[in-house]
Every structure is written in structure tokens, then in C-alpha cells.
Design a protein around this ligand. Structure first.
Ligand code: CA
Length: 409
């Protein structure tokens, strides 16, 4: 009889190999209330709390939980130690008899939002995206607003409507009024869009009144995941002056079920683009030990067809600068805070992270197998995937974020 292969025998170069180990929360069929912290290994999820118990690990208390919150709050030393332990568990052959019964095929489990989103902030950090949007909406003005290169611009979003990948997104209704329309009308959005982004997850809180310095980014931020900031452009265009995005954004934000720890992305750190305006000291990162950017290659698929490949390495503002910006006034961080990078768009047309830009506000429709697309139609499924360079020529896969549009009720 041939030896049965183990789920831990991964193909060489598997982007979800032991160099990655993202965290999520899962349940098994028939037990939807029994949520458990899981770690993705190849095409399986390891019940991390049960593994910790089976192996007599001191991290069972952190891992045998229904959410990632205790692990997020535990801090950088614990994050490193737990990751080191997990790496040993899945690579040392003598652990296999204990671990194999605790591995579930990914397609056999339900994945849940892995942490309770505390506050949600979204930025606007791609110069290419901001320039494209400026050209589309303010063709007669400067593409970038005067503040853009002096501070990472952001707004507070709605934490309660952040949903896990796989959740359907209901087309929002609202007011819209094109410039030539005599009066606003109400109805389902006719310009429903995506924004391909990376979301950063805060683990360790900060004290109110005390800004978080650039250099303390890794003491507070646990990891990142792909994020789709669904956007109703027609609702947004009518409502956003003068206070910024509101109902055009707050109906849903999708995040991946998997949070990739920053430690898995050490080989993906890269210098951000050269800044061409002098930065105030609290944002100045020229002398930082670790380059502030991440080389993450994103793909945007609509109904299985790749429409764009946005490069995260091109982002002008880094996640550390965004963290410094959102706390410089003394606003505190809480465990579970989530902040989005802003739409990721590169310099090339095929690297744009929104349909607004890809179709130039509907002027240049995309040719999909199902026909022309300007904005999303009911039944469309949008999936973001990504990878980043890992150690020794490997790739670190980011968990996908996907969502299907359903009709307005
Ligand atoms: Ca956004």
C-alpha cells in the first residue's frame, strides 16, 4: 500500500508554505458557533489552539480562542514567539502524528471575520490614483490637492460594515445628481466600483494623547490583508463636498479572511518612491532602518478575468506614516483597528485599482467575456489576490478577498 501523503507535504514553492502562516478564524460544518483560530498551511487550515494543547505549548491560552483579538493584543514579542512555535510545529516531522488530525481542507470549513474591527480608517496614498481621480473629477484644476504631498489624507469609515471575504455585497441605493441634472434622484447606484487596497491590522493599543512615532509601527501593527473598499461613485460624487466620503463607501468593505503577519513580509520591504516635498519631522522616514514600503503584487479579477495588476510598492505614503498621521493629534489606537492604504494604482493603465480609473469614469469600457463593463453589474464577482517576495526566492501569498454583487432590495 502506498504511503498516504500528508497535508503538510507541500509542493515546493507553495505560496502558503511554512514561510507564510497567515492567521484566520474558522468553524467546521455543523458547528458554526465553535469558532477557532486557524493557521493556513497550503490548502489546509490548522486548528492552532488544539495544536497548542496537543503539543503542550504555553501559547494555548492565546490560540484556543474564537477570535484573533487576544493574539493581536499580546504584542510583538508574543507574535514572534508564537510564529516561531508554529513554524516548528508544521516543519518538524515528529509533530505530524499530533497535527494531522487537526488539519482541515480549506474547502471544508467556513471562514469568519477573524477579529472585531474597532475603528476603520481609509487613506488615499497612491499618487497615481489620486492624480487619476483629480483629472477625472476636476479636469480644470490641479490633479493633486495642495495638501497631498504633505500629509497622508484619510477619512473615518464604518467599522461595523467590514465583512469577510465571500460575503455578498448588496448594491446600495442613495441620492445622485450629475452636474447637468436639475435635481437629485434616489435609487440603486449605477456606478458601483471597487478599490483594490491593502488593510493594516492594529494589535497593540496606544494611550490617548500620545502620538505613535514612525519607528513604533511594528510595535503596534500585527499584519495586513487585502481589502476591497466598495464605492458607489454616483452617491459619492454628490455627497462628498465638503466633508468627504460617507454613504458612497459605508455600505460594505470586504477584507480577506487571512491576516498575514508583518514578519512573513520581511523580504518584501522596499523603499517607497522618492518624495518630492519636504516632510515634517513626524513623517520623515528617510533615515529609518527598515524601508517603509511593501512589494505586494495585486491582481484584480472580475468574474475570473484579470483586469488589473496594481503594484503596492508604488504607494507614495507608507503604512508607518499613515499610523503616525492618524495618531499625531493624540487619537489612540485600539486592538482591532483597521486602516486601508487607499486604492493601489500604478503608473500604467493596466495597474489601476478601480473601475473609475480603468474605464475613465465609464468612457472606455472594459471588454469582458460577458460583454462590456463600465461599473459593476448585479451578479459580478470581484476577487483580489496578491503575492509578495518571500525569503530565498519564495512567494508569500496573501489570502484572497472576494465578493459578489447582489441586486438592491
Ligand atoms: Ca478607499
Amino acid at each position: 500500500m502506498p504511503e498516504q501523503s500528508s497535508p503538510l507535504d507541500l509542493a515546493e514553492g507553495d505560496p502558503f508554505g511554512p514561510h507564510n502562516l497567515p492567521y484566520g478564524v474558522f468553524s467546521t460544518p455543523g458547528h458554526p458557533e465553535d469558532r477557532r483560530v486557524g493557521v493556513r498551511v497550503g490548502a489546509h487550515v490548522l486548528d492552532a489552539g488544539a495544536a497548542a494543547h496537543a503539543l503542550g505549548s504555553p501559547y494555548a491560552r492565546l490560540l484556543a480562542q474564537p477570535s484573533l483579538m487576544p493574539l493581536l493584543a499580546a504584542g510583538r514579542t508574543a507574535w514572534r514567539d508564537v510564529r516561531r512555535a508554529l513554524t516548528a510545529w508544521v516543519t518538524v516531522p515528529s509533530h505530524r502524528p499530533d497535527l494531522e488530525p487537526l488539519l482541515y481542507p480549506l474547502d471544508s470549513v467556513t471562514l469568519h471575520l477573524p477579529y472585531e474591527v474597532a475603528d476603520y480608517v481609509d487613506f488615499y496614498a497612491s499618487e497615481h490614483h489620486a492624480t487619476n481621480v483629480g483629472r477625472i473629477f476636476r479636469p480644470d484644476g490641479a490633479a493633486l490637492t495642495p495638501n497631498w504631498k504633505h500629509l497622508p489624507i484619510g477619512y473615518h469609515g464604518r467599522a461595523g460594515t467590514v465583512v469577510v471575504s465571500g460575503t455578498d455585497v448588496v448594491r446600495p441605493s442613495g441620492q445622485r445628481k450629475a452636474p447637468a441634472d436639475p435635481a437629485p434622484v434616489f435609487g440603486p447606484s449605477v456606478k458601483l466600483d471597487i478599490e483594490a487596497e491593502v488593510g493594516f491590522v492594529v494589535g497593540v493599543p496606544s494611550e490617548q494623547g500620545v502620538p505613535v512615532a514612525l519607528g513604533d509601527f511594528r510595535e503596534h501593527v500585527f499584519g495586513l490583508s487585502l481589502l476591497n473598499d466598495w464605492s458607489a461613485r454616483d452617491i459619492q460624487a454628490w455627497e462628498y463636498v465638503p466633508l468627504g466620503p460617507f454613504l458612497g463607501k459605508s455600505f460594505a468593505t470586504s477584507v480577506s479572511a487571512w491576516v498575514t503577519p508583518l514578519e512573513a513580509l520581511d523580504a518584501a520591504r522596499t523603499a517607497p518612491p522618492v518624495r518630492d516635498a519636504e516632510l515634517l519631522p513626524y513623517l520623515e522616514d528617510a533615515d529609518d532602518e527598515e524601508p517603509g514600503g511593501f512589494d505586494i503584487r495585486i491582481s484584480v479579477e472580475i468574474n475570473g478575468q484579470t483586469v488589473s495588476e496594481p503594484p503596492f510598492a508604488s504607494m507614495y505614503w507608507t503604512a508607518a506614516q499613515q499610523l503616525a498621521q492618524m495618531t499625531v493629534n493624540g487619537a489612540s489606537l485600539r486592538t482591532g483597528d483597521l486602516y486601508g492604504s487607499g486604492t493601489v494604482s500604478g503608473a500604467e493603465p493596466g495597474q489601476r485599482g478601480s473601475l473609475l480609473e480603468l474605464t475613465w469614469n465609464g468612457r472606455d469600457p472594459l471588454d469582458l467575456a460577458e460583454g462590456k463593463r463600465t461599473f459593476l453589474e448585479d451578479g459580478d464577482t470581484v476577487t483580489l489576490t496578491a503575492w509578495a517576495p518571500g525569503p530565498h526566492g519564495t512567494r508569500v501569498g496573501l489570502g484572497e478577498v472576494t465578493g459578489r454583487i447582489t441586486a438592491s432590495p
